[in-house]
Design a protein around this ligand. Structure first.
Ligand code: ATP
Ligand code: MG
Length: 369
């Protein structure tokens, strides 16, 4: 039945640096899972949203990028950035932030789960290490408004009377939709727990509003338990008892902080995936690793492809193929487990290449019962 449905259309943009090396491994695994489970996928490759494209065209994207990407079900992205030739603010603003805005990707989602064979930099109170799966949270960041507005200005610049202001903007629609997404997510997980980040003791106008909306939306989800913490103590809790968290929802700025901290609690950046979502699927959502283009190791074939592969799993889940997601995750877990003897890249203490690891995951996925 699944094979007869029209293919999911995926726009592939490998971007810069190790994006060029890890994206092919993501596609290799998608290929394996598509064959194994009969998931029809169509890949369209684009060379823009990269600094190499910028060097040729003087811009990150072609003029008609919205038309060329807009009809896809998802964007599968590697990494952007080559600071030797294009400043980071130009490459980032010219690509990912354009997508986020035009395609209304108002949810940034980052799983932070401790995987087998990966050591957390944290230890428990009694000094013992965390076991695989003991840390398992999803960070949901509001991605389009909040503290990152460009409303503000400088007065009396350069004088002793200088004043600088920047406004936080929260709309009821904007807050409600990301909260509702987070509650829905929590409802589908075994623990059904939602944590909200706030700072209503210090930021006395916008943050109480955020809390108020959490309270209001919570009434629609009586089956989800919840708590809330001020952002300062919440970051301490992440480090001291990360096992306490399930789904964590936060405003743009607080979410930015937590969505770096969460994956950092789970070991190497080489395995952390992320998604920028338009949950209604009115526009394509974007799936990419947390890490960047890593110019320091680019071209060596040693980048860990697992963050990219896990991002592919998030993509299938979002597009309604939970089975595909689960198959890829099982493949990743098997390969990461030291007992499997599977190849590991140098960031995980091994000597394997990017392609070795990609092939190992693809083989696992292809041979699943
Ligand atoms: P961003 O551009 O996202 O702000 P960045 O360019 O500062 O990030 P990254 O590109 O993420 O940083 O790289 C940070 C460090 O992590 C580098 O030393 C890089 O080599 C390493 N790293 C990043 N991704 C991987 C990976 N997939 N495998 C192994 N090491 C990685
Ligand atoms: Mg970078």
């Amino acid at each position: 039945k699944a094979v007869d449905s029209p293919p999911l259309r995926i726009a592939v943009m490998a971007g810069d640096g190790i994006g060029q090396e890890v994206v092919p491994e993501g596609l290799r695994v998608l290929d394996a899972v598509s064959r194994r489970l009969g998931i029809a996928l169509q890949f369209d490759h684009f060379d823009f949203a990269s600094c190499t494209y910028y060097e040729r065209h003087g811009q990150m994207l072609p003029d008609d990028w919205k038309e060329r990407l807009g009809g896809h079900d998802a964007l599968f992205f590697g990494a952007v950035g080559w600071p030797k030739t294009v400043p980071d603010h130009v490459s980032l603003w010219g690509s990912l932030l354009q997508f986020r805005r035009a395609f209304d990707q108002y949810v940034n989602l980052r799983p932070a789960r401790l995987m087998p064979g990966v050591r957390s930099p944290l230890v428990k109170r009694d000094g013992s290490p965390y076991a695989a799966g003991e840390i398992d949270m999803l960070i949901v960041r509001e991605n389009t408004e909040g503290e990152y507005s460009s409303i503000g200005g400088r007065m009396f610049a350069g004088t002793e009377r200088e004043i600088v202001m920047q406004e936080t903007v929260m709309s009821r629609l904007g807050v409600d939709r990301v909260l509702r997404y987070a509650f829905e997510l929590a409802r589908r997980r075994p623990r059904r727990h939602l944590t909200s980040a706030t700072k209503s003791n210090g930021i006395a106008i916008t943050m109480p509003f955020w809390d108020e909306r959490v309270e209001a939306i919570a009434a629609e989800f009586p089956d989800v338990t919840r708590d809330q913490f001020h952002i300062d103590i919440l970051t301490a809790h992440f480090v001291q008892r990360p096992q306490a968290f399930d789904v964590v929802v936060a405003s743009n700025l607080f979410g930015d902080i937590l969505s770096d901290l969460g994956p950092a609690c789970c070991g190497t950046i080489g395995i952390a995936p992320s998604a920028n979502l338009n949950p209604e699927r009115k526009f394509p959502s974007l799936f990419e690793p947390v890490h960047g283009s890593a110019p320091d190791i680019a071209g060596k074939g040693i980048a860990n492809p697992i963050a990219q592969i896990w991002s592919a799993a998030l993509m299938l889940d979002f597009l309604g193929r939970r089975d595909g997601h689960d198959a890829i995750l099982r493949g990743i877990e098997t390969v990461l487990d030291p007992a499997s003897g599977a190849p590991r890249t140098p960031d995980l203490g091994g000597k394997a290449t990017t392609a070795d690891v990609g092939r190992a995951v693809a083989e696992c996925v292809g041979s699943l019962a």
